[in-house]
Design a protein around this ligand. Structure first.
Ligand SMILES: Cc1ncc(COP(=O)(O)O)c(C=O)c1O
Length: 445
């Protein structure tokens, strides 16, 4: 039974928030109420400090509230707090669009030119959005307009957000089933491969579907986050790209989670030198303001979308919000000047190695995997099945120890670690000690 929470905030949520939003553990151990956050840490209402190993869903890539980003947002608020999305723009919108182009297709074109390959458009054009799922929906619309085909191929375990368009390509039935009768069937799910054999079988299926016609896009996460940190075999993205190109379908990469250094390169598709047709970004883009983008190469965007004659076909009230743009420009500058993709690669490699060694020495029940600072510890029960219940218990024990983590995976069987990319060795040491201590408690209980 739900007990009355001791916190006034949680009582208010219990009373006034739709019941399916915030999970309130009946035993009162989850959640904590955040009051302040800075760098690697979060403080709760009682002033207790926590080490954040989530970067708040991967958003706080430069740490919480970096001075430069806060200042940029505050200055912008004092000067222009809102403009008119698709009608009267503001200067920072132009600057951010140019910056997104530089970070993506311009860099990839230079890389391809250096390697003597084909150049795919030197500049990018973007649609700025608010949440990640809106960027996904903008990409689905773009693909439909550009190809004239309605079909979309997505993958098992995929999480692309929960708006009705994005939900159509999000896989888990927990999110889809209640609304299934209202979802239009334009998507087809293939298995997200766990090994090379599954990958080859998936490619065969994909080819059959593409040959049938009617498929305009393949949408994929380079690494699946919410599905439990699933890393596909090397060659998966490249194989998708080749098959999409051969059949005139577009490759949409959802890098809303993996983008901006999380996996040790600026974008996870760069691990295979893949250039998508469209890329969706969000989360870490601003460090804490709801702003996302669907970015495509300019020829494609020009082919898909007619020049506006006064009424945009796709827009929203807060499109290209000035405060979000100011924060994004400051955040991108910080990511670059601190070379946080390299830091993510370096720290991630060491930490994954350390964790693997520790857990291998202790038991065969924890499987460690990851890339950069996107790390997952999968817990297996004595019969060899994923153990979601225990991971939830593990996350609660860590919270009690002052460490914030999140379970992921269909059954919550993976403890996800995606700390701010500024994480230092002392934090890693502290986090490792707490992870080991709470794991000991867990197996003894
Ligand atoms: C890969 C991916 N795509 C899309 C989304 C949806 O983003 P939002 O929650 O901002 O709508 C998420 C959110 O977790 C995500 O991880």
């Amino acid at each position: 039974m739900q007990t009355q929470p001791s916190s006034a905030t949680l009582s208010a949520l219990l009373r006034h928030e739709s019941p399916n939003v915030t999970y309130l553990d009946p035993d009162g151990t989850w959640p904590i109420v955040w009051q302040k956050a800075k760098g690697m840490h979060v403080w709760d209402e009682s002033g207790r400090r926590y080490l954040d190993l989530t970067a708040a869903f991967g958003v706080a890539a430069c740490g919480h509230a970096p001075r430069e980003v806060v200042r940029a947002g505050q200055q912008q608020m004092g000067c222009l707090m809102h403009a008119m999305g698709d009608v009267h723009p503001h200067a920072l919108k132009g600057r951010l669009l140019a910056e997104l182009s530089r970070w993506t297709f311009e860099r990839w074109a230079r890389r391809d030119a250096r390697r003597g390959g084909v150049q795919v458009g030197k500049v990018a054009k973007s649609i700025l959005c608010n949440s990640g799922f809106e960027a996904v929906e903008a990409s689905l619309k773009t693909a439909h307009l550009a190809t004239g085909r309605a079909g979309v191929i997505a993958f098992s375990g995929a999480y692309h957000g929960l708006g009705y368009g994005a939900l159509t390509v999000t896989h888990r039935s927990h999110f889809r089933r209640p609304f299934q009768s209202q979802l239009k069937k334009f998507s087809h799910f293939l298995k997200y491969p766990s090994d090379a054999v599954a990958m080859r079988q998936g490619f065969d299926q994909l080819e059959r579907l593409l040959k049938k016609g009617g498929v305009g896009a393949v949408i994929v996460e380079a690494i699946q986050s919410r599905a439990g940190l699933r890393i596909p075999p090397q060659g998966f993205l490249l194989g998708l790209q080749e098959r999409c190109h051969a059949h005139g379908a577009l490759l949409i990469l959802d890098e809303i989670y993996t983008g901006f250094g999380r996996t040790g390169l600026w974008f996870a598709c760069e691990h295979e030198s893949v250039t998508p047709d469209l890329i969706c970004v969000g989360k870490a883009l601003t460090g804490g303001f709801p702003l996302s983008a669907c970015v495509g190469h300019s020829e494609l965007m020009d082919q898909a979308w007619p020049r506006s004659s006064g009424e945009a076909m796709h827009t929203s009230t807060f499109l290209g919000h000035p405060v979000g743009c100011a924060m994004a420009l400051a955040q991108l500058e910080l990511l670059k000047s601190r070379d946080l993709a390299r830091a993510s690669s370096r720290q991630g490699k060491c930490w994954i190695q350390q964790l693997s060694q520790h857990y291998q020495a202790m038991s065969d029940r924890v499987k460690v995997r990851g890339r950069g600072l996107m790390i997952g510890l999968e817990l297996i029960d004595a019969k060899g099945s994923p153990d979601g219940l225990q991971v939830v218990e593990w996350a609660k024990r860590l919270l009690k120890e002052g460490v914030i983590v999140l379970p992921s995976g269909a059954r919550g069987e993976v403890l996800s670690l995606s700390p701010p990319l500024i994480i230092g060795e002392s934090h890693i040491k502290q986090a490792t000690n707490k992870l080991l201590k709470t794991y000991h408690q867990l197996i003894k209980s």
